[in-house]
Ligand binder design. Structure first.
Ligand code: TLP
Length: 349
């Protein structure tokens, strides 16, 4: 076990309050809609992102997949960022399970996509039967792979306007939506208002042991619930997990600023280390990206010294701060980084 785990905020452990809530949660069969704790979580989650209804899901991956499948008929296209988690890291689920074609559009360095490139996905003649028609635009905010970028509000509005004009819905992968809201000073319901549906994760910065939520209109969420069952995600006494999720929503959103401050602390320390090419853009949330001379050796060397870091993008290291990382942990990691850079080999003799 790493002493300082910076590979992802997915490594967060449930708090004592979550573990307590899990052992005392009132339970029922959620496939029958009879788990009161799941129902309470779904009501609260919908409210926190300003949507009509929500469905508790096992993971962010299944949330995105079920949302895409609920929006898109078989044989249609889903427009996604080429750097999005949906496109890069979710095993092609929409094609495999939904018969849906991914249409990747390049993400710029700030995470945004070129509107003209999105427009180009729509054929001039939608009645020409040769074409698979776009049925959905997916956004990711914050954009993980682009360096933890928070999308500018103007971009969300422009995508919304384009989608409305083209008559397609927008789905937001808001795995870390509360980090985005904090970073740009705009409340989560407003960020979600530019999308028809949103998924956000309870198991990342919010530290619940598992689970995500899809939120949207009541009929959309009913369809997601049917698809969740089809995908094998009906979890019966899921209140055990939802109880932790409720505690996560009530107690963990307010502390995310600490993680953002620790990420800035880490970036400032990295800027002083020789041999590191730090992403020069200001840190916006809980992620810091940099390039050491040899990423694989750096990961291995830090691991030997008890600090977990991972490559995300070729030769690029991503460090993620979270509830399990204190300012002292950041300082310890920086000491280890300095050693890993100056003494790269573990056994020189
Ligand atoms: N992302 C993971 C890795 O796959 C990179 C991480 O450690 O960040 N949406 C976004 C934006 C994500 O970053 C992730 C996880 C997911 C969805 C998937 O969520 P889970 O792991 O719950 O399926």
């Amino acid at each position: 076990m790493f002493r300082v785990e910076l590979r992802s905020d997915t490594f967060t452990l449930p708090t004592a309050e979550m573990l307590d809530a899990m052992t005392t949660a009132e339970l029922g069969d959620d496939v029958y809609g009879e788990d009161p704790t799941v129902n309470a979580l779904e009501r609260r989650a919908a409210q926190m992102v300003g949507k009509e209804a929500a469905c508790f899901m096992p993971s962010g991956t299944m949330s995105n997949l079920a949302s895409i499948m609920a929006h898109c008929p078989r044989g249609s296209q889903v427009i996604v960022g080429a750097e999005s988690d949906i496109y890069v890291y979710q095993a092609g689920g929409a094609s495999v399970c939904g018969g849906i074609v991914y249409h990747p559009v390049a993400n710029r360095r700030d995470g945004t996509m070129d509107l003209e490139e999105i427009e180009a996905a729509f054929p001039d003649d939608p009645d020409d039967p040769q074409f698979a028609l776009p049925a959905l635009i997916c956004l990711e905010n914050p954009q993980n792979h682009c360096g933890g970028r928070v999308l500018p509000l103007g971009h969300l509005k422009a995508i919304r306007a384009l989608a409305t004009q083209r008559g397609v819905p927008v789905h937001l992968d808001g795995a870390r939506i509360f980090n985005a809201a904090l970073a740009c000073g705009v409340a989560a319901p407003e960020l979600a208002s530019y999308a028809d549906s949103i998924q956000f994760c309870l198991s990342k910065g919010l530290a619940a042991p598992a689970g995500s939520v899809v939120a949207g209109s009541r009929p959309f969420v009913a369809e997601v619930r049917r698809i969740r069952k089809m995908l094998g995600g009906g979890m019966r006494q899921a209140g055990v997990l939802a109880a932790a999720g409720l505690v996560a929503l009530e107690t963990m959103v307010g502390r995310l600023a600490e993680d953002h401050a620790n990420a800035v602390r880490l970036a400032e320390g990295l800027a002083d280390l020789d041999g590191v090419r730090l992403d020069p853009r200001p840190v916006e949330m809980n992620m810091v990206f940099f390039r050491p001379p040899d990423a694989a050796a750096f990961v291995a060397r830090c691991g030997e010294m008890g600090v977990g870091v991972a490559e995300l993008g070729r030769g690029r290291i991503r460090c993620v701060t979270h509830a399990g990382i204190s300012a002292e942990d950041v300082d310890h990691a920086l000491t280890v980084f300095a050693k890993a850079l100056s003494e790269p080999a573990s056994n020189p003799s």
